[in-house]
Design a protein around this ligand. Structure first.
Ligand code: 8YV
Length: 328
């Protein structure tokens, strides 16, 4: 009898086949009103759960008494009821090792796009408004040689700092709970208090995970500390920022611009004031969204689930995120 698992995200056929070889799979393409009842029913027998882009709630876990492992196709684990997973010693696996570089590429794309007003000026051309040589009213600002303040020097923060320092001669300051020896040794990065980082940075890049301690970590007070020509980049989670305060800072030009890949509410409603700001570059949460990386994430998540349900968490322990059942 194959263990039963529930899948809540559409997978490439080859990866779905790998799961079906080993497990009895109840497959759902997302979780919504149209399939929630069937999803909840499938959980009752499930020993494993795999997917992404949907909260796995306390109610869902209560519906899954046999659950032994959850494998998320993401690095973020903020959509899980970690307390329940911990209490029930359910393994939560994620995919940190395969999306770091792609996500750092996306964040640096936002740095360039906001600094040089790429979207705004591309639209000017598309709209037939390019009437002659571009004047100062359309100039952007340099990136090379400027100061980048990174809030959260983890894997993605370090990959971003590499691009900035080694590729663009940028000075790297960072705010982190602990020192990052490699960033300091390899990139001459300077760890400093948040207020000092905000006051000095030309580019403030937020790369913290969303946790109860980081909700609305950047708000009115922090935006007020930033330089008026500072550019704010958010590659963490929307809820790590006080979004109304960000909107006000942009509307009042208290900061120059923002490049955002994440939002408090996703998808971002078209009615959001952010959609009407010419000094905001908005992306639909595409940090890791390349063909290569998303396939690598799926493969990693499938490997994680197989290892966890084989009872061999040590095989992929680098991807063990939040809880690790007792060994043996
Ligand atoms: C997710 C992300 O993979 O990995 C994360 O935490 O935010 C994205 O790269 C995506 O949102 C879920 O598929």
């Amino acid at each position: 009898m194959k263990p039963k698992i529930v899948l809540y995200k559409a997978l490439p056929e080859a990866e779905l086949a790998r799961l079906r070889d080993r497990f009895e799979v109840s497959a759902f393409d997302g979780i919504g009103p149209h399939n929630r009842a069937d999803f909840m029913a499938a959980l009752t027998e499930a020993e494993g759960l795999i997917g992404a882009s949907a909260p796995v709630t306390t109610e869902m876990l209560a519906q899954a008494p046999r659950l032994r492992a959850v494998s998320t196709i993401s690095v973020g684990i903020d959509q899980f009821d970690l307390a329940t997973l911990n209490r029930r010693r359910i393994a939560l696996m994620h995919t940190p090792s395969v999306l770091t570089e792609t996500t750092a590429d996306t964040l640096f794309a936002l740095v360039i796009a906001t600094a040089r007003r790429v979207v705004e000026l591309s639209n000017l051309v598309r709209d037939g408004c390019w009437q002659g040589s571009i004047g100062p009213e359309h100039f952007g600002v340099d990136v090379h040689g400027k100061t980048m303040g990174i809030i959260g020097m983890g894997r993605i923060g370090y990959a971003l700092a590499k691009r900035a320092h080694l590729g663009f001669d940028m000075k790297i300051n960072y705010y982190n709970r602990s020192p990052h020896q490699q960033a300091e040794a390899q990139l001459s990065a300077t760890r400093m208090p948040l207020d000092a980082l905000l006051a000095e940075a030309d580019f403030v890049c937020l790369v913290l995970p969303l946790t109860p301690g980081t909700e609305r970590f950047i708000g009115r007070e922090q935006f007020a500390l930033m330089k008026p020509d500072a550019i704010f980049i958010n590659g963490s989670r929307g809820k790590v920022v006080d979004e109304p305060a960000l909107i006000q800072a942009l509307q009042e030009r208290r900061i120059r611009a923002a490049g955002l890949d994440v939002f408090e509410v996703e998808p971002l409603p078209g009615s959001s004031p952010l959609c009407r700001l010419d000094n905001a570059v908005l992306l639909p949460h595409i940090g890791s969204a390349t063909h290569e990386t998303r396939l690598a994430m799926v493969r990693c998540a499938v490997d994680n689930l197989i290892a966890a349900l084989d009872g061999d968490l040590g095989r992929n322990c680098a991807n063990a995120a939040a809880v690790f059942p007792p060994q043996g």
